[in-house]
Structures are given as structure tokens and as C-alpha cells.
Design a protein around this ligand. Structure first.
Ligand code: SPV
Ligand code: MG
Length: 566
């Protein structure tokens, strides 16, 4: 048979525990009492766990007298088995009843991935062995043999282990009785014998081991004779040592000290550096796996998303109404533009919203958003503002002008795009007198109903930084860009390269789109035909009010027809 350290972790937990019990070298089980401690035992390097009756009952705040029901114990074991892939040997007390209860226990433990159970020859309900030892009634030996047989007969995995615990020394019945019982339990089918002693010296255990003479694996619990060098157990031919309760005791003394300190000092400052960080708790809970799974399994609509809103400008052409506030705080049908935009994002489940303010940033309503300020807004353009929000690209991100009003399907369709970059282009807008010449979009194909389902790609956008090109564009870029997945990193890199340019302060979003295209990125175009408004002058501000009224829910004062026909 292989030595246990050669058993690959992928092997079943039952086999791993069985191998430990049977190996020629001394093995160790470490106590755990819940999922967190089970994880900690595994990380410390132990190969198996002792599911201690004392510590599981203590962490529930009840006594080690079967006050917690056996199903409550088994539920806790399930958390432990989930938190750690180590084999668990349950301290099953007396088996929680007669032979029939043991049969059901074994079945339930197997179903929950527990590797074995230790049952002791006392009477139900038991008392901890270190309390009133002499008054602890032992079970009748034959009856206990029946329990062992019943357990062995009911296991379906041949490697599930049943350890028989002899309490004769604890109850003061003497060595001869202990040896007699151990032999009977061995013959009844026990996979190992746990011989327990409450003396502060290992004398009883060593005598027992000598007399036992290797008839089967011996397990010990040196809680009381803890000062014995571990090599003494090795030389005595002990199979397995159980460190039975030390994590719970360590947790209790630490919790007592911390509770006392915080209570008396009324501050956390003295304890913060002496306790595990919150991040360490997240790590022990495997929070990282959750985030990874989220990106695989959450539908793109509900995955976490960010928005960055460019809102630094006062608005050329709006000076008359922006003396005390930036353009995004102008009320449209009674509600500021920015609030309408934030509501549109929230409706799409986009709750992490960074707004880059500049002019009169102090007047921006910051509820539900994170405000960052482009301090140099007077002398810089859109990309300088976007760079202020570079830290916000922690998830798929929608970058938006701050002065947009739009029908909700536009944002929904944009974030559902599976392209790394996607923009919305309004094919109803063409250059003309009184229309700003920037943001006109040249696309691989013009808008056409026959396009449905085919992808269209952006080829360039007119930018204040580039040569004017008004040769029949296919529409106007609305000021919405979605960046997803690996595209985020590439966008930040391109932005970084543009920052090296002398004219960076003057660059607009269109310059970024053009730089991405020049770098070989494919930017998907989603066409719309109206259904949105930008606000660049007083006339557009008035029309935005009409549009907003047309968007108001039925039954409110808005008219449903005002936005029709865009
Ligand atoms: C336990 O850990 O619950 C045990 C060992 O049974 S002892 O407390 O030493 O009895
Ligand atoms: Mg116990």
C-alpha cells in the first residue's frame, strides 16, 4: 500500500483518510468546527480534519452533551466539506442513539462527503470525557459492537472508516477492560481504535499501545498529556494524533481580548492592525472565484458595468443660462440633464457612474454618482476629461457625453453589443448650416433596413483635431461609446499614447475613435434614426424639453407625441 503522502489529492476523501489510518508513519488530524476553520486547517497543510463534538457544540454556544441535534452537526459538516477538500473524520459521539441511528448517520455522512466517523462506547446523551469522568456510564460492550457492525454494513463506499473510541480509561474501568473492549470492537469491524486518556502523562496510552501490539491502527487525543514529545507517540506505533480543539480555543481567547479592548477603548484603532484584514476574510471565502464566475455566467445585461459621463463644459451657446451651473445641471422638463442620464444608466443596471466635472463642478448633484474633476477644464478638451476617469475602467464601460437625452432602447442595444467597441450613429443627421461639423461618422455601410443582423464598422469621425471631411457621412455619432472586455485595456493604452501628443489638451472624443481605428481596432456601429437629443444651444435646450415631455410616462403631464419623428 502507498504511504499516504503519495496519495494524490484527487483521490476520494474516504480513501485518503483510510490510508492515513493505515500508514506506517504518524499522521495528524486538526480540529475544525465550521467552514472557515476547515479552510484554515487545509491552508496550514494538514491532510485531514477532526470534526470535534466539543468545538462544534461550543461554536454553537451549547454544551458537549448532544444539545445540538445530529442534523445540525451534519449541516455544519457540509459547510466544512465545501470549504475544504480534506477528508473529515466526524466525532460522532455515541452515534446519537442505537444501531439504527448509526446506520442512518453513516448514510447521511456518506451523502455529504464525510470520510469517516468515530463513535464512542458511552450512553446517549454523552458528556465530554474531561467532565465528571467517573460518572460517565459506558455502553454495554456487545451493544456497542452491534453499532459498529450496523455502521459497517450500511456504508456504501468500502473506504468509509468507522473508528471505535474506547472510554474505559476515562470512566475508570481500567486497562484490562479497555483492551478487552478494543479487541471486541476490532473484531466487530472497526477500522481503527481511539484510546482516550485524561491523564497529564501518556502512561496509560503507552501501556495500552504496548499491550495492543499493532493489532490495528491506534488513534489518540493528547489534549491533557500535551507536553509529551510527539516522537514518543511515533515510537509507540501510534497511527494518528488528533489535535482536538485548539483552533476554537485560539479563536475564543482572541475574541475575548478584542471584545474587551474595543469595549474599553471605544475605538477600533488599537485592534485594526492586529486582526485579519477584511480582504483576508474575502480571500478565505473565495470571493475571487465568485468574481471570475460572474464574468462567465452572468448575462451581459446584468454583469457589472460602469459609465463615464463627460460633463466638464459650460456649453458654448448656453452662457445665458449657465452662469451658476454647468450644462449638465440645466433642468429639462423640470429635471437636470445629468439626473435624466443617471436614471437611464440605472435602468440598464449601470450603477457605477463616474461624472467628470469641470466648469462649476461644485454645482453638480453627486447623489448616485462619483464625481471627479478636470481641474484644467478651461484649457483642455474631452480627452483630458476622460483621462481623469481612467481609473473607472474596471468593468465594461459606457462613455457618454453629459448632454444626451435618448430613448432607452438605444442604451440597452449598445450595452448588449458583443464587440469590444461600439458606437451609436444617427443616420438621420447630415451636415448642414448651423450644425457643428464634428462627430459626423463615416461607416462601412450606410443605414439600410436590409442590413438587419449585419455588422457595420466605423471608418472615421470628423474631429476638431483632424481635417474637415464633410463628404457625405453616413450619420452623426451620438456621443455614446461602449467599451467591453479586453477593449478596455486597449482604450486606456490608446488614450495614454494620445496623452504624449503636444495637442492632447485640444483633443476630442472623435480623435480617440480615429486613433483606435488607426491602431487597427474595429468599432461597431449601431444605427438609430432620431430618438435622441443633444443640448448645445438654447434652441436645442427648448427642443430637449419637448423630447423629455414626450418620454414622460402615460398618465403624467407629458404629451406622447412630442418626440415622434425625432
Ligand atoms: C472532541 O473533540 O469533542 C473529543 C475529544 O471528543 S475530547 O474533547 O478530548 O473528548
Ligand atoms: Mg467529542
Amino acid at each position: 500500500m502507498n504511504a499516504p503522502h503519495q496519495i494524490p489529492v484527487g483521490f476520494s476523501r474516504t480513501l485518503r483518510l483510510r490510508e492515513m489510518l493505515q500508514s506506517n508513519q504518524l499522521e495528524f488530524l486538526m480540529e475544525a468546527h465550521n467552514g472557515l476553520s476547515a479552510r484554515i486547517v487545509k491552508e496550514a497543510g494538514f491532510k485531514a480534519i477532526w470534526g470535534s463534538g466539543l468545538t462544534i457544540s461550543a461554536q454553537f454556544g451549547v454544551r458537549d452533551n448532544n444539545e445540538a441535534s445530529w442534523t445540525q452537526v451534519v449541516d455544519m459538516l457540509e459547510f466544512m466539506a465545501d470549504a475544504s477538500d480534506l477528508p473529515i473524520l466526524l466525532d460522532g459521539d455515541t452515534g446519537y442513539g442505537n444501531f439504527n441511528n448509526v446506520r442512518r448517520l453513516v448514510k447521511k455522512l456518506e451523502q455529504r462527503g464525510i470520510a469517516g466517523v468515530c463513535i464512542e462506547d458511552k450512553q446517549f446523551p454523552k458528556t465530554n470525557s474531561f467532565l465528571n469522568g467517573e460518572r460517565q456510564p459506558l455502553a454495554e460492550m456487545d451493544e456497542f459492537c452491534g453499532k459498529i457492525k450496523a455502521g459497517k454494513d450500511s456504508q456504501s463506499d468500502p473506504n468509509f472508516s468507522i473508528v471505535a473510541r474506547v472510554e474505559a480509561l476515562i470512566a475508570g474501568w481500567g486497562m484490562e477492560e479497555a483492551l478487552k473492549r478494543a479487541e471486541a470492537y476490532r473484531q466487530a469491524g472497526a477500522d481503527a481504535i481511539l484510546i482516550h486518556s485524561k491523564l497529564s502523562k501518556p502512561d496509560e496510552i503507552l501501556t495500552f499501545a504496548r499491550e495492543w501490539a499493532g493489532r490495528g491502527p491506534l488513534v489518540i487525543v493528547p489534549t491533557k498529556y500535551y507536553s509529551t514529545p510527539t516522537d514518543v507517540f511515533r515510537q509507540a506505533g501510534i497511527s494518528t494524533v488528533i489535535w482536538a480543539n485548539h483552533l476554537l480555543r485560539g479563536a475564543a481567547s482572541t475574541m475575548q481580548a478584542i471584545a474587551k479592548e474595543i469595549h474599553s477603548s471605544e475605538t477600533l484603532v488599537n485592534v485594526e492592525d492586529r486582526v485579519a484584514s477584511v480582504n483576508e476574510i474575502f480571500r478565505l471565502q473565495d470571493a475571487e472565484e465568485y468574481s471570475a464566475a460572474e464574468s462567465v455566467y452572468l448575462s451581459s445585461a446584468s454583469a457589472s458595468r460602469n459609465a463615464v459621463v463627460l460633463a466638464a463644459s459650460r456649453g458654448a451657446g448656453l452662457e445665458a443660462v449657465t452662469a451658476d451651473k454647468p450644462k449638465v445641471m440645466l433642468p429639462i422638463a423640470g429635471k437636470p440633464l445629468l439626473r435624466r442620464l443617471v436614471e437611464a444608466f440605472k435602468k440598464e443596471g449601470i450603477n457605477d457612474i463616474t461624472v467628470v466635472g469641470g466648469y462649476r463642478a461644485d454645482a453638480i448633484d453627486t447623489s448616485g454618482i462619483r464625481l471627479v474633476v478636470n481641474e484644467k477644464h478651461e484649457h483642455t478638451g474631452e480627452l483630458a476629461s476622460l483621462a481623469c476617469a481612467a481609473k473607472s475602467f474596471t468593468a465594461d464601460t459606457v462613455i457618454s457625453y453629459g448632454d444626451l437625452l435618448f430613448r432607452s432602447y438605444i442604451l440597452r442595444d449598445l450595452v448588449e453589443s458583443d464587440s469590444d467597441f461600439c458606437v451609436v450613429v444617427d443616420s438621420s443627421q447630415t451636415p448642414g448650416p448651423g450644425v457643428a461639423s464634428t462627430d459626423f461618422a463615416y461607416c462601412s455601410t450606410a443605414d439600410d433596413r436590409a442590413l438587419f443582423g449585419q455588422k457595420v464598422w466605423l471608418e472615421s469621425v470628423t474631429s476638431s483635431a483632424g481635417p474637415a471631411n464633410l463628404n457625405s457621412p453616413q450619420g452623426r455619432w451620438m456621443g455614446l461609446l461602449n467599451v467591453r472586455g479586453a477593449g478596455r485595456k486597449r482604450l486606456v493604452a490608446t488614450l495614454g499614447q494620445l496623452q504624449q501628443r503636444d495637442d492632447f489638451a485640444k483633443l476630442d472624443m472623435a480623435a480617440l475613435l480615429n486613433a483606435l481605428i488607426e491602431a487597427g481596432e474595429r468599432i461597431e456601429v449601431q444605427y438609430v434614426h432620431g430618438h435622441w437629443r443633444g443640448v448645445n444651444d438654447l434652441d436645442e435646450l427648448r427642443r430637449a424639453g419637448d423630447f423629455a415631455h414626450g418620454q414622460a410616462p402615460y398618465g403624467s403631464n407629458g404629451s406622447a407625441s412630442a418626440e415622434a419623428g425625432a
